[in-house]
Design a binder for this molecule. Sequence first.
Ligand code: GYE
Length: 309
Amino acid sequence: GGCAPRQKAAPAKSAPSIVIGFSQLGQESSWRQRNTDSVLTAAADARYRVLYRNGDSSQEQQIKQIRSFIISRVDAIVFAPIVETGWTAVLKEARAAGIPVILDDRNIAPAERKYITSAVFTDAVGEGQKAAAFVKKKFTNHQGPVRMVQIYGNKDSSVSVGRSRGFTEGLAGDGRFQTVATEYGDFMISKGEEVIRQLAQKVDLHTIDVIFSHNDDMTLGILKYLKTTDIKPGKDIVIVSIDATQEGIDALRRGEINADIECNPETGPKLMNLINLVLNQQSFASSYYLEDQVFSEFDTHLATVKRRY
Ligand code: GYE
């Protein structure tokens, strides 16, 4: 009514009438499932309504979903971009409609970033650096060469680019470390198994010292294949993985992998805080990062580690 007191920067709407469009990139891994749950749970806690769509690992699907959010006039769009480039057209449409767009987990290319309001990122470069630090520690006093295979996740994803960059940077200047092959396993168990089986046709895995696999699902596939050979994972080949899922930690405890770098999937609460700031015209940073821990064979308390995914 006319007598309502004046408010500064009053939200246009109250939380229950705010609608968020969320395009998740796929369901390739248990990490991804946990990330989806984190976002949906945090949105429910904030009493935001969510239009949730899953891109099933297709950029085309994700673009369609974002377009449908624009048509539905959502208050904010959150999406986890499967790849770094190719989003400009749909992001321009969101901007023209005045809808803020926030990234979940993965980044997009600098040239396309200007259409993005803010982001909650996982720390891909940091995870790669932590993987490198473990490998360096593991091979202290080892003469070298140390022959390494790297299994990436999705091609052209910021996460694989970042993890391999962090890993390479972390080992730079130490000539013992040589990457002899790289493959893409799309962050999936089945693909991890497939690419390592194919690689074994080209490279004698007995000559490999380290496999750095960009997530635990692919690592599980790699272990499955190695168990069909005479190679003992964790003993004959040092296995370094990322995510720290419960199954990853269990494999670490069995000695089949040597280190598991956490990738923190809990982006939801930070995303909802951010959306609140954005919709209330308060100040916010251009990006936020989550923190990760390292689990490795050097830890003494692995038995007590309980994971949520
Ligand atoms: O490590 C993997 C998932 O983008 C950080 O994607 C994420 C990665 C995560 O499929 O398991």
